[in-house]
Design a protein around this ligand. Structure first.
Ligand code: DHB
Length: 367
């Protein structure tokens, strides 16, 4: 890839016109919406909402996998469009069952055997939005079984397409250990891990109307955007320290600036995706993000992401960058109280001086 930033599988990745726009921007690759075996219209509207978080943007979604079906994403119409952009095209799969995933791999392999320019498959094990279907990445027995069968799929193996696995966010150390052990057991076949999907089953509330703000699943949906950033950084870092080095990590979650991309790479990501920013800003975001990341790298004297990938240090007091004095903010509480104390003292002093002067003045009048 010329650029390490591209779109996540999510909003605005379901139609060839969206995918072509990604391909004609500075994005390094084009990733399809997660495909199912059959086309789906998805959950009821509204199912996607922006969340304003004091100057940054987050989102909640419960789209329910609206997509045109696997045959569309490996078919001529999409392939002609994306291939013309010259960018690598990746297909995301999110089958409703193991059997569906295996069948979709058969169709991907058949398309590749017929010359389709598909460069990789991202198997999504983390969709939280299908009513009645738990998130696979949180059920390690199911995840183990799926990966065993997917990596043993004969036609797909013969296609030699790189296989990636998209994970849900984890929050507990034993879960990182278990997920990575399952994935490392297939290191001969799994080339990359994408982390993180949305934080599933969040709730956005309209307090005035006293209701949930999206319609599906009683309002529960996946949380995306800026609210994810620190969880994404942590997940990328934890995976980076556990996965075998041949498995790359694609970082995703809260990427709204080149700085966010830089930090994910510092934690170990080899590439970075963005969903909420792309949804809100359109494909122009990739030009901005790439430019911002290049700016940071130039300032630090880096010519390749290899110069800093994974090199996050531990806290070191001697490296703390001091804020310039002019930019230092007044302390909110303690400092505020100190200031009030001095203001009160000065005022009392002035009243006392005024009273003395007045007495002196009266004496002079009397004299
Ligand atoms: C959807 C949401 C996801 O987080 C995902 O990984 C796949 C699909 C959706 O609701 O369409």
């Amino acid at each position: 890839m010329d650029c390490c930033i591209y779109n996540a599988s999510g909003p605005k990745s379901g139609h060839v016109s969206d995918l072509v726009k990604v391909g004609t921007s500075r994005a390094g690759a084009i990733l399809s919406k997660s495909a199912t075996l059959e086309r789906r219209t998805g959950n009821d509207l509204p199912r996607l909402k922006k969340i304003d978080v004091g100057g940054s943007e987050a989102s909640i979604n419960s789209e329910g996998l609206p997509n045109a079906g696997i045959d569309y994403y490996v078919g001529n119409k999409v392939l002609e469009g994306v291939v013309a952009t010259g960018k690598p095209y990746l297909v995301s799969l999110s089958g409703m069952s193991l059997a569906d995933n295996l069948e979709m791999l058969t169709r991907v392999a058949a398309a590749v055997a017929n010359g389709a320019q598909i460069k990789a498959v991202e198997l999504n094990l983390a969709c939280p939005n299908i009513p009645g279907k738990p998130t696979v990445a949180y059920d390690f027995d199911q995840m183990r079984d799926i990966l065993k069968q997917v990596t043993a799929h004969p036609e797909f193996a013969a296609s030699e397409l790189p296989l990636g696995v998209k994970l849900a966010p984890y929050f507990d150390v034993p879960h990182y250990d278990e997920a990575c052990a399952i994935i490392n057991a297939h290191a001969d076949r799994i080339s990359f891990v994408t982390s993180i999907n949305t934080i599933g089953n969040a709730l956005l509330v309209d307090g005035e109307a006293e209701m949930a703000m999206i319609a599906p699943k009683g309002g529960f949906g996946g949380l995306g955007g800026s609210l994810l950033k620190q969880v994404a950084l942590a997940n990328v870092r934890q995976l980076y320290t556990r996965l075998v080095p041949s498995i790359d990590i694609v970082g995703v979650g809260g990427v709204a600036t080149g700085q966010d991309a830089f930090e994910l790479i510092l934690c170990g990501a080899a590439a970075v995706q963005t969903a909420t920013t792309y949804w809100l800003e359109g494909a122009e975001c990739f030009d901005r993000l790439a430019g911002e990341l290049e700016g940071i790298m130039a300032r630090k004297g880096y010519t390749s992401i290899k110069d800093f990938r994974g090199k996050l240090g531990v806290f070191d007091q001697s490296k703390v960058v001091k804020e310039p004095a002019a930019a230092a903010k007044p302390k909110a509480t303690k400092g505020g109280n100190d200031a009030a104390f001095w203001q009160l003292s000065t005022a009392s002093l002035m009243v006392a001086i005024a009273a003395l002067l007045y007495r002196e003045f009266q004496h002079m009048q009397g004299a």
